[in-house]
Design a protein around this ligand. Structure first.
Ligand code: ZN
Ligand code: ZN
Ligand code: FE
Length: 765
């Protein structure tokens, strides 16, 4: 006989772990208990040696499907007198931390039940069990018990209660357990908030209205979606107009995997992600181009599609035979945060949605859908890490002495909290520049701190003096006692990639390619080759800086950027009449912008790779202005034809004060030559992409010769470009470099907060 205490950490709360332990204990006739604590799940188990061993190994090998065990610490303790195994209530007032479980998509068993006419949960949209349902979005505080979630308003009926206390039931200790009798309810309202129908009728009415071309705001798990029938081109167009979203692609939800496969190519890996408990939006290559898709994702080879992940979604599709594909975009206006509260949604979205499908379970933390893609080599690339993933912790390759808050960047924002060797990256908080978005960023930050019980000793923020997150971070009202540490944007990019790969402190060649980031010299950087570790960095190479006439305005009206690159390459007598974009600009505008460049009026220098992409995209005639971030680069990648065998364009490398400057003037001249000869843009795009790959190859070779370092870390939004990231990785590996790319984090600015935490952790201030 012996008794052991097990401490199990990882994603082990809210995933049916305790009931699973209970059943396993019964199987091996083990006495003792299991309970949730702030440290993780604690088990005391008493029995003969062999049984204890079998018990532990079964826990290790066959945990519940959504559980992720990080560690099991075992220690022997003295025998006690208990003779049965119990699930103990967790005691609330503990000091240590635990994990917040991400939301989990509806499981197979629950789906079968809601589609089964004989089942008491037939057509009940909030059906869940220990293996599925919302978690993070309904948690007020830890530990994960019903009282600490927004399910606390719903008292279980006797049927549900019986399931909850029966060890053999799938809903044994399922905190979200409920049914039509006792749980949340749905109701349909018109755009004035006046009730139309409730329950099953509301779901069926919604499905019919969607089929007929209406736009409906649907309250889901992490917030509202704006939904419409994807094949109703009129509805999609109306949605674009009302939402003030001109061309940015809309996400889709397909009835089932067969529908996804009808319209897109789906690999086995992609399919696994689609049907996984995280149920992200996957970017999938279109099979064919129907008119509807041109409206949904204009000038794009990919569609963002997810599968239903809550009972409500499944039941809407189930209600109308015709409905197979819905536009499901975040329920917000323009760049505002996703709506979570019914009253607020009615106010914000009444000009957009024709009807509202509400429910009466509170969403505590709003959380957008996650977005991923799979690269040709089978590796997954996170583009937005949010519902289903956040805020699961990431292990740091080192242990921090102080608690750190990383405030992130101002667009594609996440914030991070780090303590010990754990890093919690928040869900997607997006562009935080508007007052409403900033408010929601701040309140989410406070909620994380209180749930995770992390009070920061250090505040790390972007060095950009005009970021709203920077202004907040350095303000006296904001954690006055904490040390405040500014971090350079591209340093943060590379260090986030290092922790994403579990690298301990060491020096790497960091390549940070993006649109804009504030640099040490006060100019806008974004084509960085940094020699760096967690302590510091040295700028080893970058693109030749070019002026941005009008600053922010140039980033939208990219013809200004094209003009600046052309003038840089040809001098003032450059002939721009051959370019298509010239026809879209008035003579007067042209004169003004030329003068701005010439006289240095409001024309900050930028060396962002994103800007070079903008210029080339515009020169090719793809567009002269953009209406969402990254549009020009995305479209340049879309027209690229990989099957063309064409050489890279020329470029020069100059050595200047110990660093290399990549001079693209000859590149721009060669591209101009191709355009004059009517070379198709598919070929120009290919040659241009290959030029960037070649630049990376030569610079890495030069830095390696100088320093002997042969490890490269890649980060920045430009690495969302599949062709670019795949080719760069391939060629560097062929040249003998070890290449690190992002894994759990997106390469875009969503990774900045994580990098800030790492760098602040190594700082002495
Ligand atoms: Zn379930
Ligand atoms: Zn019930
Ligand atoms: Fe960036």
């Amino acid at each position: 006989m012996k008794r052991v205490e097990l401490l199990i950490t990882g994603i082990v709360q809210g995933v049916g772990f305790r009931p699973f332990v209970y059943r396993t204990a019964s199987k091996y006739a083990i006495a003792g208990f299991v309970k949730n604590t702030m440290d993780g799940v604690v088990i005391e188990a008493q029995g003969d040696d062999v049984r204890i061993e079998n018990f532990i190994s079964e826990i290790k090998q066959f945990p519940p499907s959504s559980a992720k065990i990080k560690d099991i610490a075992v220690k022997q303790i003295s025998l006690k007198k208990d003779n049965r195994f119990v699930i103990m209530k967790s005691n609330g007032n503990q000091k240590k931390r635990s994990e917040i479980t991400p939301d989990i998509a509806l499981c197979e068993n629950c789906l079968t039940e809601i589609l089964d006419r004989e089942n008491r949960r037939y057509f009940y949209p909030f059906t869940n069990c220990v293996n599925c349902g919302p978690r993070f979005t309904i948690i007020n505080r830890l530990p994960y018990d019903r009282d600490n979630t927004s399910m606390n308003e719903f008292k279980m009926c006797s049927f549900c209660e019986k399931e909850y206390v029966s060890p053999d039931d799938r809903r044994f200790h399922a905190q979200t357990n409920c049914c039509e009798k006792c749980g949340p309810d749905v109701f349909l309202a018109d755009s004035h908030g006046i009730d139309v129908s409730r329950g099953t009728d509301a779901i069926k009415d919604t499905a019919r209205l969607l089929t007929d071309g209406n736009i409906i705001a649907i309250k889901g798990i992490g917030g509202f979606h704006l939904a419409c029938n994807a094949f109703s081109t009129g509805a999609v167009k109306t949605l674009r107009r009302r939402k003030n979203r001109e061309e940015k692609p809309f996400a889709l939800m397909a009835k089932n995997i067969a529908v996804v496969e009808k319209y897109c190519f789906v690999s086995a890996i992609e399919k696994n992600f689609l049907i996984s408990p995280s149920a992200p939006i996957m970017l999938l290559r279109k099979k064919r181009n129907c008119v509807a898709f041109e409206e949904i994702a204009p000038a794009n080879n990919y569609l963002g599609i997810m599968l239903p992940y809550s009972g409500l979604h499944y039941l809407i599709f189930e209600s109308e035979q015709e409905l197979e594909l819905l536009v499901m975009t975040s329920g917000n206006y323009s760049e505002q945060p996703i709506c979570t509260d019914s009253g607020q949604a009615l106010k914000t979205l009444s000009g957009i949605a024709d009807f509202f499908l509400f429910h009466n379970r509170k969403i505590i933390t709003g959380c957008d859908d996650s977005v991923m893609r799979v690269l040709p080599d089978g590796q997954s690339l996170m583009i937005r890490r949010s519902r289903g993933f956040a805020p699961e912790s990431i292990n740091l390759p080192f242990c921090l002495k102080r608690n750190i808050l990383g405030c992130g960047a101002d667009i594609k924002n996440t914030f991070s909290l780090a303590a010990g060797n754990l890093l919690y990256i928040s869900h997607h908080t997006g562009d935080i520049e508007s007052p409403a978005a900033f408010e929601s960023y701040l309140s989410a930050m406070k909620r994380y701190m209180s749930i995770l019980r992390i009070e920061p000793d250090v505040i790390a923020y972007d060095a950009h003096p005009e970021y709203i997150s920077t202004i907040m971070a350095i303000s006296r009202d904001f954690f006055n006692e904490a040390a405040k540490i500014p971090v350079y944007h591209h340093h943060a990019h590379i260090c986030s990639c290092m922790i994403d790969n579990g690298l301990k402190n060491r020096t790497v060649i960091g390549i940070a390619f993006d649109g804009t980031g504030y640099g040490e010299d006060g100019t806008l950087w974004g084509s960085e080759f940094l020699l760096c570790d967690y302590f510091s960095f040295q700028r080893k190479a970058h693109l030749r800086p070019v002026k941005l006439p009008g600053g922010e305005q140039a980033i939208k009206q990219i013809w200004r950027i094209a003009l600046a690159y052309l003038i840089d390459a040809f001098g003032n007598d450059c002939d721009i009449n051959a370019f298509k974009f010239i026809k879209e600009i008035s003579r007067q505008e042209l004169v003004v912008v030329k003068k701005m460049i010439e006289k240095n009026i409001n024309s900050p220098f930028s060396s962002g790779l994103g800007r070079l992409f903008d210029a080339v995209s515009c020169m090719c005639g793809l567009r002269s202005s953009i209406n969402y971030e990254g549009q020009a680069a995305t479209e340049l990648e879309s027209v690229l034809d990989e099957n063309i065998s064409a050489p890279a364009y020329k470029f020069d490398i100059a050595r200047e004060e110990g660093k290399f400057i990549l001079d693209h003037r000859i590149t721009i001249r060669e591209i101009t030559g191709d355009i004059l000869e009517n070379v198709p843009e598919s070929k120009i795009s290919c040659r241009f992409h290959l030029t960037i790959v070649q630049m990376v190859r030569e610079i890495c070779q030069l830095i390696k010769t100088d320093t002997g370092i042969n490890e490269v870390a890649l980060s920045g939004g430009s690495f969302q470009n599949v062709f670019l990231s795949t080719r760069i990785k391939e060629i560097l590996e062929r040249d003998g470099f070890k290449v690190y790319t992002h894994r759990a984090m997106p390469p875009n600015d969503a990774c900045i907060s994580a990098g800030q935490c790492a760098i602040a952790g190594f700082s002495n201030s």
